[in-house]
Design a protein around this ligand. Sequence first.
Ligand code: ACO
Length: 413
Amino acid sequence: MDLSTVDIKRGLEGVIFTETYLSAIDGDAGRLSYCGYDIGDLAGSASYEETAFLLWYQRLPAENELEMLSAWLRANRHLPKTVWGIMHSLPEQATPMEALRTVASTLSMFDRSCLHEVEGGSSLCRAVSLTAKLPTIVASFDRLRRDRPPIEPRTDLGHAANLLYMLTGEEPDPDDADALETYFVLLADHGMNASTFSARVTASTLGDVFSSVVTALGTLKGPLHGGASQRSMEQLLEIGRVERVDEWFDQRVAAKQRIFGFGHRVYKTEDPRATILRKLSRQVAERTGNTRWFDISSRLEEKVLSHPYFQERRIYANVDFYTGPLLYALEIPLDLFIPMFAIARIAGWTAHMLEQQRNNRLIRPRAYYAGPRDQVWNEMVQRTPLVEAQPDIQCVAGRPANCPAALEVPPRF
Ligand code: ACO
């Protein structure tokens, strides 16, 4: 079998590896639902805690059930004392996503509260614990790096309101808290996206919830996935004024550079989350009296939608496009956009881990080996170097100071 005859599903496009009862995406109709409930009905009506209940238990909670889950989540918002020492010792240049990934990983060593292993009980317990703690980690890190003392979480505030409170120290405007809560609901789950898939791969090894969440955090960070929300806002900042959109767009297209916040592997029409976020973003902009970023994004979207290149490829705004102006209007720092995504998506990640482990099979695809075969091993003295000899190689910070550039280039066949 040679490479040209192998049916490689690069990026696993179109591959169905499992069934799920969590979210359904109709990429042609532009519809998304969680456990059968349309995202349009959930957004603005369900709280994040209610949405987490829906994903974890696959049904909507009755009032007392939601009260119980909310109390459970809220009681888990505090970080163990020893974790503060680690937070304080993070290097100055640590980014919020690096801090989040590191501290989330560290928590596994301190969290021994859920040791009973009853039918996935401990996994759900850890899912609750991490879902509750992610906002505390993000807000505390943000304050520490600004030389401000972290603020203890409050149990009388909802998920989004408590996060805004921990960031600023002030009780937020209820409309701001509602807008962020809706954002969290909209992003809570989304089929087999890259970070969820990676979380399920880890779960399929019977790895623990912490390991799966850390895997997912690492995957989310990339600019083709969760990183696009930050990049799409950076684009708006780079454009600066609505009058500059057309020129910026033409240059970008001419340079064949991607426009962040557009395109999707599954949606070949408008992402239904973008529809809701556009509206939310406009409302927040109008309420705060600053429509500048919303206006730039609207104009940019018009340019994209009317350009044949994007029309031919059925490229529309995705969830990350209107996330930018929304979070920016809520005064969320730019580099907290990806952590915000993580804070929302953890309900979905953990629901998928639980689902994976209920009917588990180790996820282990194959790759076609395309390199040379039957090579003859020869002694070192017989090998021809591709790199010039370097006497006296000095190692600085784990890397040869006079490392020949050729060694840094990955090999290609
Ligand atoms: N800007 C310009 N061109 C684009 C864009 C874009 N945003 N997205 C896709 N294209 C073009 C590609 O260049 C390619 O063109 P070609 O056929 O001439 O080679 C064609 O459309 C198909 O692109 P692919 O990358 O093959 O499509 P895929 O389904 O793999 O891409 C992806 C999906 C990665 C999201 C892509 O649209 C992209 O890079 N978008 C920008 C980054 C972004 O916004 N990511 C967030 C996605 S949503 C999320 O993860 C939460």
